[in-house]
Write a new protein. Structure first.
Length: 257
């Protein structure tokens, strides 16, 4: 099937005066990462960078004019595809090797996904039978040839570290389960959490390579004790404390032994 050429690859929406959501509308929801840009006094924060199918830095040039701290919540391809475009790259130490090697690279052509893998994704809540892309960024782009570009982190994070924007500070929370080095960024002053794929309002994937259900359960227990006001996840819509509690408790019930 020949896919159309997208008029533009990224869309964006201002959440408030400081926070902008960027996303790739032509990517299947399985891989459609939320890209968050938050304005700070001394530096801006960029949380995750999408697939790397088209240049995020070029598309967001007007947003990325000052010092930018680009944080990868984990090293999966849908979150770090554009990270190599930025000078300051942060990730947890447990994700650093996978990031540098571009280890999570894979084709975006449905023909390269086995019937079994498609069935597993469908069971988890993601039907990819119509393909992973609804358009391509330019003529000649081949989904089967898509390659994740690895890059070295310029700063390796650990739980308890602080990402400082000058007037705003985010504590790094180590939230393993979806991947060994999954992190969240927590601003205690506002109750804001950038959660990556540790928790989001959609099907949570815990049977993929590198996932750990007992660790995921511990992460959910930890999140239940966090006084959140708003969660900006790695996928799907943002939500508040009540919905966080519903998602976490549902996960704990589903995975109870």
């Amino acid at each position: 099937m020949t896919l159309p050429i997208a008029a533009r690859w990224f869309e964006r929406r201002d959440i408030d005066a400081d926070l902008t959501l960027i996303w790739e509308p032509h990517v299947h929801p399985l891989l459609r990462c939320n890209i968050w840009r938050l304005r700070g006094r001394d530096a801006d924060l960029l949380v995750d960078t999408g697939m790397g199918i088209a240049s995020l830095r070029e598309a967001g040039a007007d947003l990325f004019e000052k010092t930018l701290l680009a944080v990868a919540t984990h090293a999966h391809a849908d979150h770090v595809g554009g990270l190599h475009e930025f000078d300051c790259r942060l990730c947890h130490g447990a994700e650093a090797e996978a990031l540098s090697q571009g280890r999570d690279s894979y084709s975006l052509d449905l023909a390269d996904f086995s019937t079994e893998s498609q069935a597993r994704l469908a069971k988890a809540g993601y039907d990819i039978s119509d393909g992973l892309l609804t358009a391509v960024p330019h003529a000649g782009y081949r989904p089967a040839a898509h390659v994740l570009k690895g890059c070295e982190p310029t700063r390796v994070l650990a739980g308890g570290d602080v990402v400082d924007l000058g007037d705003r500070a985010f504590e790094v929370l180590h939230l393993p389960g979806h991947s060994p080095g999954s992190i969240g960024l927590w601003e205690a002053a506002t109750g804001m959490l950038f959660s990556g794929d540790a928790i989001y309002d959609g099907p949570l994937l815990d049977e993929i390579s590198g996932a750990d259900i007992p660790a995921y359960r511990a992460t959910m227990e930890r999140l239940l004790g966090l006084p959140v006001q708003v969660v900006h996840g790695g996928h799907d819509d943002s939500f508040g404390a009540e919905r966080l509690r519903e998602i976490a408790l549902a996960y704990l019930r589903r995975t109870a032994s």
